[in-house]
Design a protein around this ligand. Structure first.
Ligand code: NDP
Length: 315
């Protein structure tokens, strides 16, 4: 196995990772960034981003991520495709395995591995994976033009996915387990007023059916109540939008996490408590989870890494 040593290893390629790469490369630290499974991170599956400062007309997620990547590369950041498959944070320099075939050691580490979509846990989600079940409307919506789809969830993600799909599909059911939406007011208004979207409040999807792909879903209205109703809704696509799980499993033997798995850092900083190891972006943020907050924490992590290297005489 080949071994390489770097001053700063950045794990993950969302807004946090790329921003950390911009700052560390401009500080001449020669960072190496591994992109992970989804280069560009979650935003590559988003359509319009209207709230990232600097884009008065809005920008698509893939364009924003491409811009951030190019900005990091302009200053010499070494951005590589590859997945960190093992970590050892016992002592500095920290050791990692890339794709089971290469070892890399690092004086500082910025964990910016983000979070990934959650599923309901229904056996039918696996049975129909790639055959009508998706957790990414932007990736798969194209296949449902003029069809009927369901989006599960009541948060901003669910509303955003429902609106996106409503522009392609002829009908969208938004399946919400509570009697209200958790999403922001503006998103609530958009889904409520959209002619192609029907909101099924107090509904749970409990299964799917279909011969060669999804043809419908089994739903329960007011589950567990005296007036509970069970019925079927014909659909062609089933989109999950019920939140995310932070990608922290690899680091859990060393860093502290909350009960969901978000990495705990010293309040207001990206410091994990392990010298030279920092966490930035959604993997450490159960509260804000925005591209701009992720980018901000990536910047903080980069500045911390630079100060740590300087303090240790490693620059
Ligand atoms: P949220 O955690 O905000 O919402 C998850 C939704 O899924 C809730 O309605 C929740 O229901 C529902 N849910 C969770 N588990 C289940 C289940 N097992 N069965 C049925 N429903 C379930 O996640 P989001 O991904 O929507 O948003 C995450 C963060 O990102 C938020 O802070 C959000 O504001 C932000 N965001 C911002 C956007 C923007 O500004 N453009 C776009 C997308 C996200 P319940 O309410 O009952 O718990």
């Amino acid at each position: 196995m080949t071994t390489e040593h770097v001053k700063c290893l950045i794990i993950g390629s969302g807004p946090a990772g790329y921003t950390a790469a911009i700052y560390t490369s401009r500080a001449n630290i020669a960072p190496v960034l591994y992109e992970g499974i989804q280069p560009g991170g979650q935003l590559t599956t988003t359509t319009e981003v209207e709230n990232f400062p600097g884009y008065p007309e809005g920008v698509t997620g893939p364009v924003l991520m491409d811009d951030l990547r190019k900005q990091a590369e302009r200053f010499g950041a070494d951005i590589r495709s590859g997945l960190i498959t093992k970590a050892d944070l016992d002592k500095a320099p920290y050791t990692f395995t890339v794709d089971e075939e290469k070892e890399i050691t690092a004086d500082t580490v910025i964990i910016s591995t983000g979070a990934e979509a959650k599923y309901l846990g229904l056996p039918d989600e696996k049975k129909y994976a790639g055959m009508g079940v998706s957790a990414c409307a932007t990736c798969d919506g194209f296949f449902y033009r003029k069809k009927t789809v369901a989006v599960i969830g009541g948060g901003d993600t669910a509303c955003e996915e429902a609106i996106y799909l409503a522009g392609l599909a002829s009908k969208v059911y938004l399946v919400v387990r509570k009697s209200f939406l958790r999403a922001s007011k503006i998103m609530q208004e958009r889904v409520t007023n959209h002619p192609n979207i029907t909101i099924l409040f107090e509904h749970n999807a409990v299964g799917l059916y279909g011969e060669n792909g999804v043809e419908g879903m089994h739903v329960v209205k007011r589950m567990g109540e005296a007036d509970e109703e069970r019925y079927d809704v014909p659909i062609d696509g089933f989109f999950l939008a019920i939140g995310h799980k932070p990608n922290s499993d690899l680091f859990k033997p060393w860093v502290k996490t909350d009960e969901v798995g978000y990495i705990l850092t010293e309040p207001g900083t990206p410091r994990t408590g392990i010298p030279g190891v920092f966490a930035a972006g959604d993997v450490a943020d159960p509260h804000y989870r925005q591209a701009i907050t992720a980018a901000g924490s990536g910047c903080q992590a980069a500045i911390e890494a630079e100060r740590y290297l300087s303090m240790k005489g490693l620059l």
